[in-house]
Design a protein around this ligand. Structure first.
Ligand code: BTN
Length: 245
């Protein structure tokens, strides 16, 4: 990863840009960075605050040789890489399944994975990572201030973007290599479990139209989350949005 790096000043969305490159057959491991985004995208149609010079906005092209279900493991893999990279700075980063990183119960990073299928088989995956680096508290809009944080706010001093990038690419490479060479993501999943923000909490997960309530348990090797409901039935939730925890 990172053999081909594209640095942009401004772009609509690094994910959209990387998608165009992937269609033009750019190789696996191509990384797109932008200083700012005008249409940063989040999951579920939300937008992503992309202030100039404050955050890290990047997207990576992956081409794992797997079917769709296994390819989706790229999300927990990336969460494990971001979490490990931030923990090296002595930050108490935690993973909020399926795709957010939190510090002090506030969101510091979001991951957006977009799989492109061709004849029902994945042809590439774009993994977008947005990390709040040097935002001050009041850089966030009022409605985000109580639920978002930045590395600067947590460390009490500014952080060098390149240091974070270096660390992040190191862990992404490491976890991805295991995924490709050994075909499993055991080390990524164990990081997800070790630093799981939800484990042991009563949570509400919105999954399509219904809401599942129960005690959050382990994240499985399929990337799903085990939830035990009131009567003790254990459900294996493939994906969803945790709306209360
Ligand atoms: C989320 O929390 O909903 C996911 C947010 C993902 C944001 C990143 S920033 C870089 C990349 N480009 C985008 O447009 N989105 C992702």
């Amino acid at each position: 990863l990172g053999k081909k790096i594209i640095n942009l000043k401004a772009v609509d969305s690094t994910n959209s840009y990387a998608q165009k490159l992937a269609k033009q057959r750019y190789p696996e491991g191509t990384v797109v960075f932008a200083e700012s985004q005008t249409k940063g995208r989040g999951r579920l149609g939300k937008s992503w605050l992309s202030l100039e010079e404050k955050g890290l906005y990047m997207s990576v092209i992956f081409r794992p040789p797997y079917k769709a279900a296994k390819t989706q493991l790229i999300t927990p893999l990336t969460a494990a890489a971001v979490c490990s990279a931030l923990r090296d700075f002595k930050l108490d980063a935690m993973i909020k399944w399926p795709n957010d990183i939190y510090i002090s119960e506030k969101k510091v990073c979001g991951i957006l994975s977009e799989i492109s299928l061709k004849a029902n088989k994945p042809s590439y995956v774009i993994v977008g990572i947005g990390i709040n680096l040097n935002h001050k508290k009041d850089d966030f809009p009022i409605d985000l201030q109580h639920k978002s944080t930045s590395i600067r706010a947590e460390m009490g001093c500014p952080i060098d973007k390149q240091e974070v990038v270096k660390n992040l690419l190191f862990y992404l490479n490491m976890f991805y290599e295991e995924f490709i060479v050994k075909g499993n993501i055991n080390s990524s999943i164990s990081v997800c479990n070790k630093y799981s923000l939800l484990k042991g909490k009563i949570i509400n997960v919105k999954n399509k139209e219904h809401i599942i309530t129960g005690l959050a348990g382990e994240i499985t090797s399929n990337g799903s989350l085990m939830i035990k409901d009131k009567v003790g039935t254990v459900k294996d939730v493939i994906t969803g949005e945790v709306i209360k925890f």
